[in-house]
Design a binder for this molecule. Structure first.
Ligand SMILES: Cc1cc2nc3c(=O)[nH]c(=O)nc-3n(C[C@H](O)[C@H](O)[C@H](O)COP(=O)(O)O)c2cc1C
Length: 209
């Protein structure tokens, strides 16, 4: 089983990465594979809403000049997810939001039903809002949202200052163990014949009448 972890910071080796590294240690000790995917610090296109992916329905974004389609393929191979972000003006990084918007719009079906968790790192404020935004990606898509023993928010500015946030790191360790437990539980359930619910799709009401 594999966990795909998004580093949503434009700083490759900052606090977000430090938290992810801690999570990797715990997940590896639990026998899970991990991969950290960095969103990078180059411009990344947001979803243009062109709707091509809704016509082709092949889990592919029409824009093939960046890594989004590779990332969707990684999502297909993953069994669980971690989205980590720094707080930028009280919300997740713009780069991470652009990535998630395209990843979910074109490839949401390959993520559906798989569990995940998120965390936000800030110097001082805005973590609640950033977390709320990140968690929507799980909540709209039948993805069990895993929590820790408190809010998954951490404080730090310079790289690795986050380790001084003792309670924040404790919460992250617990959230990571909970993610491993949920992933293993779902696998066991499937192996023992528990089928996923037969849900209904297709109704779309735009509230214009
Ligand atoms: C563009 C930008 C906006 C930021 N906005 C906030 C903010 O609203 N609140 C806050 O507490 N910290 C803010 N910060 C600080 C970062 O959240 C903080 O330094 C965090 O640890 C960075 O994570 P990283 O080391 O993974 O890049 C901002 C930093 C940048 C670069």
């Amino acid at each position: 089983m594999k966990v795909l972890m998004l580093n949503g910071s434009t700083r490759k080796n900052g606090n977000t990465r430090a938290v992810l590294d801690q999570m990797v240690e715990i997940l590896s000790a639990q026998g899970l594979e991990t991969e950290i995917f960095w969103v990078g610090n180059e411009p990344i296109r947001d979803c243009t809403g062109c709707g091509t992916c809704k016509k082709t329905r092949n889990n592919t974004c029409v824009f093939k000049d960046d890594y989004i389609n590779d990332l969707i393929a990684k999502c297909q191979a993953a069994d669980g997810f971690v989205f980590g972000t720094p707080v930028y003006y009280s919300h997740p990084s713009g780069a991470l939001l652009s990535v998630l918007n395209r990843m979910y719009y074109a490839g949401g079906n390959v993520l559906r039903g798989k569990p995940g968790c998120s965390f936000a790192v800030a110097r001082r404020g805005g973590t609640s809002l950033a977390l709320q935004v990140l968690n929507q990606y799980f909540l709209y898509n039948e993805m069990p949202l895993v929590s820790g023993s408190y809010w998954a928010m951490l404080h730090g500015a310079r790289p690795e200052e986050v380790f001084q946030d003792v309670e924040g790191m404790q919460t992250i360790r617990n959230m990571t163990r909970n993610l491993a437990h949920v992933m293993k539980s779902l696998k066991l359930a499937g192996e023992n014949g528990l089928e996923k619910p037969e849900n209904e799709y297709g109704a779309r009401t735009n509230f214009i009448r």
